[in-house]
Design a protein around this ligand. Sequence first.
Ligand code: GLU
Length: 545
Amino acid sequence: MQKKIKLTNSYESKHSSKREKDLFYSLCDKNPNQIKTKDFKNALLKSGLKSNDNRLYDLFQKLDSLGDEIYFKDFIKIISSSELLVEKALRGELALPDFSDFSKSVDEMYDDVIKNKSGELASYIPPLAKVDPNQFGISIVTIDGQIYQRGDCKVDFSLQSMCKPFNYCFALEKFGLELVHKHVGQEPSGRQFNDLTLLTRSLVGKSNKKLTRIPFNPMINAGAIMTAGLINSDDTYEKRLNFVKKQYGKLIGWSANSKFDSKFPRFNKDVAREENFTGYNNLAIGYLLMATGNLPGKKNKLKKDLNTNKNEFDFYIEPTVVDALKLYFSICSLEMTATEVAMAAATLANNGVCPVSQSRVLNQKTVRDCLPILQSSGMYDASGAFFQEVGLPAKSGVGGGVFLVVPQLMGICIFSPRLDEQGNSVRGIEIAKRITSKYLVHIFDGAMTNADRVDPRIPISKWRANSCGEAIWAASIGDIRTLERLASEQKDLSIGNSDMRTPLHLAAAEGQLKVVQFLLEQGVKPVPDRWGGYGYFDAKNNNHK
Ligand code: GLU
């Protein structure tokens, strides 16, 4: 028996608007009074939203409790808890309007790139050296919470250096840009990620020239150990690590009663231990940061507790250095899935608001301050070349993950543990390059549109209509300049509208002789319109000689 939600007539008339009716009719098949529950569900899922999305959980529960058909009065009640999201999904107005096409393209990239087996696993610690090298997952989360997943995107992997931008954000949130950058720079280092060289900077005041040395930026080890050292430095290690885990939890939309896939970040003690056993270079960096006055020492505070009376010499190990390294190693050893990391990246893409929880996790300013550093220094020694080609802020780690941020659109995470010489995931880089070569998402793409690449933010039909509409309009009024621009952008000037009327038809019909000449010079061939007519007849009919 069908369960029906009871609604009074007054509810219906008071609350139902034209918008809701339009949405309802958009789902109607033959009978205008009812829609199929299955069609409604499919339309939502096809848009890229998930049934365990917290914002839609109640809605899907209600749909499951209903029968095969839904009447209008039930429909408005069901969608009331998430009406705007449902409306955007059904109207094709989510961040990626052609989600199915987009997914198909990324599927093709996946199927191609999976053949690439080059690269080596990170081998400096056993837990990373023994992961399955064939793993490959891609996850993409848009700022509206549409989710694309393929392959091993629910497998836990070690965050490693992917934690660095987030540590930086947490430090920025606490201390602000100016103070954080008294301890760490914003400059590309031009050196390996674990290099001990520091940036020499002269302090303000020309008369009193004082030099200071700080890590080049927060994405290399020295800078990341520094920012880890800044996070809640007065708290115990346990509290600090827990704070960081909680922040990650917020970035990925985790909450105790969330239905969504994300879990509370996992800490892999074995990885942290191995980092500690082998991380002599990082230990050296820790003391270097101490020696240069970047990490505030505790020696003076602790002096009274040191046993100076005993005969033997008590070797003093600076706790600040130990604390900073212990926290840094631990955060590198957190594990997440590609979907969780893509969600964190989507939170960055969404100016600090997590797409599925809709909670602000980071200030807008923090995100804006972080992304340029990723752009210049996020991809180890390949950062410059990567940004030039892919044009997106990104961060990789030796655990095989790489995430990319497409501001105001989506976060992407690729996990595949074989690394290239620079320490970046081979397949991760390959997918990133293919995404930019197919889609207009390079930050500097603005003026460089061409016919082969599409803007994923615009429905394909509109994209086509826009350029053909503009050419037709320009041809009809004799605007050669616009046509020249479109030609230089490699737009196809022979595309017609729904009646197959092309720019050549319109130019001929309006007597725009120069435009006709221009189009023919461009190689545009006269084609018949829907009624079999050529531009030549248009010109003749309108008495244009
Ligand atoms: N835990 C690693 C280290 O500090 C990070 C390696 C990486 O992903 O760059 O050496």
